[in-house]
Design a protein around this ligand. Structure first.
Ligand SMILES: Cc1ncc(COP(=O)(O)O)c(C=O)c1O
Length: 390
């Protein structure tokens, strides 16, 4: 035994993510079609990769500034103005992070004191709860229910706020439900955040992946929100760059300062070559993003239509991101058992809804960031295997 005391007490409450468990299962089941992963099956645009090679050969292999390559911060500042009319100072109000993942944890480490309460969505992206626990906060689950289009109800939110509430995490377009939040509903939540003096982490990594001509609204652009919102974003999903690990967080200098310190001592800076690739993505033509979203849209309809044809599934049409989150109550099985059944009997990997919180139960998550023919094959296989159940 290395130390009698064992690992840090705070680690006792941290469990492995339910997604990773199914990811590991995929490694041992190569015949399976994997609909469990949350990453686009596209490669980044060619010109961005060339920019990476160029950056390497021009000697950009050293540490960058702690908060990121200046040209990238400048380009990000222009982007937030172009997209949402929000001006962030590139030197003090933008921090380039190791994906959105680091941005969320750095925010919580930077702002929480022991026992501070953080309102997180349930079901919600798998890092929120462990991140709150790592920062020694207390997660408080805000229910997202199908009958309310997976939007947080302002009444629920109000009833969960106490004098210990410090932060609320919002994530739209949403993982795992595929929901987007309409303008009026964001406005109502923004009003609560102002009245109850909450810091908002707005995780907007799927901002560009919305359908049916709908628009994404950045939370920080609502009245009174710029000074209390940290907008988390990333190049991972928009430009299919999950492995390059470039994200960023925008917020007032006051909000960003503690994150800056966490980031400095945790990672020093983000990979410099990756930052140059991200810069080329931002400054180059955006038709890649449009084409990718158009392809996701076709797959979205395929998954939605085929799932609803299988007795037992009830699936609403996702409005954003690249996930379907069908209800599986009709099969009378817990989601973990159901996902295992699909893996073993259909050769299709999905994620049980329970991996995203207890209210995710009775659902599974399917990612349609997989080619159209593979999705067709996966749905055929599921239909055949589930017929046996009936
Ligand atoms: C809602 C949400 N936020 C943040 C992330 C983190 O992505 P990255 O760290 O690659 O930017 C993900 C990845 O799946 C996500 O789904």
């Amino acid at each position: 035994m290395i130390s009698k005391a064992g690992p840090a007490r705070r680690m006792k409450s941290i469990k492995q993510s339910g997604i990773r468990r199914f990811f590991a299962l995929a490694m041992n089941m190569p015949h399976c079609i994997n609909l469990s992963v949350g990453e686009p099956d596209f490669s980044p645009p060619e010109h961005t990769l060339k920019a990476g090679f160029r950056a390497a050969s021009e000697g950009n292999t050293h540490y960058s500034a702690t908060n990121g390559v200046p040209e990238l911060r400048e380009a990000l500042s222009q982007k937030t103005y172009r997209d949402y009319g929000l001006r962030y100072d590139p030197d003090s109000e933008i921090l380039v992070t190791v994906g959105g993942t680091e941005a969320v944890l750095a925010t919580l480490l930077g702002w929480l004191n022991l026992g501070d309460e953080v309102l997180i969505p349930d079901p919600g992206f798998v890092v929120y709860e462990p991140d709150v626990l790592l920062a020694e906060g207390t997660p408080v689950h805000v229910p997202l229910v199908e009958s309310n289009n997976f939007s947080p109800s302002p009444i629920d939110v109000m009833s969960l706020i106490t004098e210990k509430s410090r932060v609320i995490v919002l994530n739209y377009p949403n993982n795992p439900t595929g929901a987007v939040l309409p303008y009026e509903e964001i406005a109502a939540l923004a009003k609560i955040a102002v009245e109850r003096d909450l810091i908002v982490i707005s995780d907007e990594v799927y901002e560009k992946i919305v359908y049916d001509g709908s628009r994404h609204y950045c939370l920080a652009a609502f009245p009174g929100m710029r000074e209390r919102t940290l907008v988390v974003n990333s190049f991972s999903k928009t430009y299919a760059m999950t492995g390059l690990r470039v994200g960023y967080v925008c917020g007032s200098k006051e909000l960003l300062s503690p994150l800056w310190l966490v980031h400095q001592y945790m990672v020093a800076c983000v990979d410099t070559i990756s930052q140059h690739i991200a810069l080329a993505a931002l400054n180059g033509p955006q038709d890649f993003v449009r084409d990718m979203v158009r392809e996701f849209d076709k797959r979205r309809h395929l998954v939605f239509e085929r799932l609803n044809e299988i007795a037992g599934f009830r699936c609403s049409l996702p409005k954003g991101a690249f996930y379907a989150f069908p209800n599986i109550e009709g099969f009378g099985m817990p989601s973990e058992k159901f996902a295992e059944f699909l893996a073993k009997e259909a050769g299709v990997l999905t994620v049980p809804g329970s991996a995203f919180g207890s209210l995710g139960e009775n659902h599974i998550r399917l990612s349609y960031a997989t080619s159209y023919p593979k999705l067709e094959e996966a749905l055929d296989r599921m239909e055949k295997a589930l017929r046996k159940l009936a």
